[in-house]
Design a protein around this ligand. Sequence first.
Ligand code: TMP
Length: 211
Amino acid sequence: MKRGRFITFEGGEGAGKSTQLQRLAARLKSAGQEVVATREPGGSPGAESIRDIVLRGDADRWSPVTETLLMYAARRDHIERVILPALERGAWVVCDRFADSTRAYQGAAGGVDMGLISALEIYVLDAVRPDLTLVFDLPAEIGLERAHARAGAEMRFESKGMAFHQRLRESFRAIAEAEPGRCAVIDAAKPIEAVESAVWAAVSDRLAVHD
Ligand code: TMP
């Protein structure tokens, strides 16, 4: 059977990724695909347990290097138990955040050496790389305002301050610029329906799926 496609959603806080991911999953299902909609950190029972410890508590509860290792422990479990089996049976996997979030949050904004992150990508991701990454771009002030409006217990990263979030935005844009074949930038400041159309245009153009 043909291997499925792997689409990741990336960007800063409050960019509307989760809503758009659900809409894309529904559209792909009605186009006849088996779709697995998932998220990181999390997506498998073990990785969800790691999510609970990594996203809660004070902003300085974990150092950026420790966060990197926790994110990669969660990611490996998610890949082994959910992502890879789904792709191998021909399903499409749409994932809210993946490896680019570690590059941006822990690397560019958190100061972790990119050499460590690249080594983890090589040894831990193995051959599981996204076919398409949608980078949701939004001014940091608007994103943080939206994220605070839905505030809950998982606020460790939201609480890190504006300079951190501005570095994040620049980092995601730099990733998209460096890998234009894999990444499409989505203007997340637009109304929900316009963002949905832009997402569908990117997916249907690049991955040749039609409804
Ligand atoms: P979200 O579900 O609201 O996107 O929250 C996940 C949080 O985890 C978000 O603040 C970004 C952060 N995160 C990292 O710092 N590194 C990572 O590798 C991933 C996947 C998420």
